[in-house]
Design a protein around this ligand. Structure first.
Ligand SMILES: NC(=O)c1ccc[n+]([C@@H]2O[C@H](COP(=O)([O-])OP(=O)(O)OC[C@H]3O[C@@H](n4cnc5c(N)ncnc54)[C@H](O)[C@@H]3O)[C@@H](O)[C@H]2O)c1
Length: 257
């Protein structure tokens, strides 16, 4: 579990799962570079780093913008003196009936989630290849495994993240780079926005369904308690031999295949 001194890029670190991961990495003495598109990100990240032993810097870029992402990653690598790991949590979700999806909806969600994963993985690759070592943790979703009604493009984008992860895990292992995917079920701003969009009756039904679907606890997990320790482990030396896996952190909601 030791990540002291590890140089970690965390995308999406301005909120949600990744913000909790930033807090945990800094508390454990890692050096963190956050890449996020959020305007308020620098303040959020500075607050996360206050009083922690680890150092943190913020780079504002969209992972779907190739030039901006490569510039942010190269700047972070130069500042930190290298990159040991990428925790790539940045992503967007949108609910819309499949029959109403536009090309713009598809490009927005698939562009950020799937193309963004390709871009940020490619951006860290030369640094890790040169070092002969690296860890990449991509964020997939149960939506990409079993599909979630009402968000076909999101589900497609996360299916792409899973397939991409399996392939680069094999292709880049020769350079000492291990690549895994996590499948979270965690109560964050993203999930809260989904809940906020439900009617009171819908919410009651949803909570009853979750109580059935999540064997352990009956509701989504906590970012700091349930997800962050798994991310620290996947970046630590203890996880050296784990590669190409899909690791669900969801209380047993979706049995991984
Ligand atoms: N919360 C869950 O239970 C859950 C379930 C399945 C998958 N996921 C995945 O986990 C990841 C994190 O989810 P979360 O719940 O913490 O979400 P969140 O909405 O709370 O946080 C997402 C972060 O990504 C950033 N972001 C969005 N688009 C970006 C872009 N183009 N470039 C850079 N940063 C961008 C946002 O600003 C935000 O800080 C996402 O990829 C999500 O799809 C989450």
């Amino acid at each position: 579990m030791d990540v002291q001194g590890k140089r970690v890029i965390v995308t999406g670190g301005a909120s949600g799962i990744a913000a909790a991961a930033v807090v945990a990495f800094l508390a454990a003495g890692a050096e963190v570079a956050v890449i996020d598109v959020a305007e308020h990100g620098a303040d959020a990240v500075a607050a996360a780093g206050a009083g922690a032993p680890g150092k943190v810097a913020y780079y504002r870029a969209s992972v779907s913008d190739r030039a901006a992402t490569f510039a942010a990653v190269d700047a972070a690598a130069a500042t930190m003196g290298g990159i040991d790991a990428l925790v790539h949590a940045a992503g967007v979700q949108q609910y819309k009936p499949a029959e109403d999806l536009t090309d713009e909806d598809w490009e927005h969600v698939v562009g950020i989630n799937a193309r963004g994963t390709m871009i940020i993985n490619q951006a860290v690759f030369p640094h890790m290849k040169a070092a002969g070592a690296g860890r990449i943790v991509n964020f997939a979703s149960a939506a990409g495994m079993v599909g979630v009604r009402g968000c076909a493009h999101y589900s497609a984008s996360k299916g792409a993240v899973l397939a991409w992860t399996r392939v680069v895990a094999q292709d880049w292992a020769r350079y000492g780079i291990a690549v895994n995917a996590v499948v979270p079920a965690i109560w964050t701003e993203m999930y809260q926005r989904t809940r906020d969009g439900m009617t009171p009756e819908g919410l009651t039904q949803h909570d009853a369904a979750m109580a059935q679907m999540i064997p352990l606890g009956g509701r989504l997990g906590d970012p700091l308690r349930d997800m962050a320790p798994v991310l620290l482990f996947l970046v630590s030396d203890g996880a050296r031999f784990i590669n190409g896996q899909t690791i669900a952190v969801d209380g047993g909601m979706v049995p991984t295949r």
